[in-house]
Design a protein around this ligand. Structure first.
Ligand code: AKG
Ligand code: FE2
Length: 291
């Protein structure tokens, strides 16, 4: 029996979907990625993921980058990103996975993951919003409330950087998995019990629960440009506030950003984000993980 997209996402914590980018959008998105990457590498875009820092705040310590942050920012001037983020193709899958209506969708992060140029880099095994020293009870509690958002990676070029442990979004780590995720960058990601490598061909997307146990390895030799985004169900209240707001989203509250959105669907989603932002307590604006 083949599982439905939703069943696979619920049971495994991830699902791969082909061709989420309409043919007519592909060239524009690829060109927008190229511009964003060139600008970042030239030092002309300050919002970036800096080699040496695995999680926010990324700082500016190293000139090499492994990601471009805030690709919908009006100052980047690439409307293809917001057009795609709010496209029917994307929203259709997100609504299905979050089991919600379009009016519940909350705009969140949209970044671009790229290969570092000067040296290889990697992220340790982690869950995005559960620290590695969480007790088993704390992990169970955190995983239990983590169903109001979905994250995805869409590959422009072939991408084999991400490793996950299928099903680990539902259960706390075993003793052995805790040892492998205690803070060290792994020499061999597949040494983690249950790990699989996620390989995406151009145009393929992996939707995943960002609290699935995952890590990543970035080679400076393999070109990467992978759209990396997430979206929430606003019914979840402030449950996603820390994870989202730690990336520094003041710019999303500006009239210039609202005016840059292609249509009312995007504006409605942005309004949900701003509502959450304005109602979140100051302790929600904190970093999820330590670098
Ligand atoms: O590079 C990736 O695909 C994963 C990135 C990641 O896990 C993170 O930024 O927390
Ligand atoms: Fe992560």
């Amino acid at each position: 029996m083949t599982l439905s997209v939703k069943q696979q996402y619920d049971e495994q914590g991830y699902v791969i979907i082909p061709q989420l980018i309409a043919l007519e959008d592909w060239k524009n998105l690829e060109a927008a990625c190229k511009q964003a990457v060139d600008r970042t590498r030239k030092g002309d875009w300050p919002y970036r993921r800096t080699v040496g820092k695995q999680f926010p705040p990324y700082g500016q310590d190293d000139p090499d980058s492994w990601g471009v942050q805030h690709v919908m920012h009006p100052e980047l001037g690439e409307p293809a990103f917001a057009k795609w983020y709010t496209s029917e193709k994307v929203l259709g899958v997100v609504e299905q996975l979050l089991e919600c209506e379009i009016q519940d969708l909350q705009m969140e992060l949209f970044n671009l993951l790229i290969n570092p140029e000067a040296h290889d880099f990697a992220l340790r095994w982690h869950r995005d919003d559960v620290p590695e020293n969480a007790s088993t009870e704390e992990e169970i509690k955190a995983l239990d409330v983590w169903h109001f958002g979905v994250q995805w990676n869409t590959a422009i070029y072939r991408d084999a950087c991400l490793y996950i442990v299928p099903g680990s979004h539902l259960v706390p780590r075993t003793q052995e998995q805790r040892i492998h995720s205690s803070g060290q960058i792994p020499k061999d990601p597949l040494a983690m019990p249950g790990a699989v490598q996620v390989v995406l061909e151009p145009g393929e997307t992996v939707f995943y629960n960002s609290n699935i146990l995952h890590c990543a390895a970035y080679s400076s030799q393999n070109k990467r440009a992978t759209l990396h985004a997430c979206m929430g169900n606003s019914q979840g209240g402030s449950s996603r506030a820390r994870n989202i707001l730690q990336h520094g989203l003041e710019w999303m509250k500006t009239p210039a950003f609202k005016a840059s959105l292609p249509d009312n669907v995007g504006v409605g989603m942005l309004d949900k984000l701003i509502e959450m932002y304005d109602s979140s307590a100051s302790e929600d604006v904190a970093y999820s993980l330590k670098n």
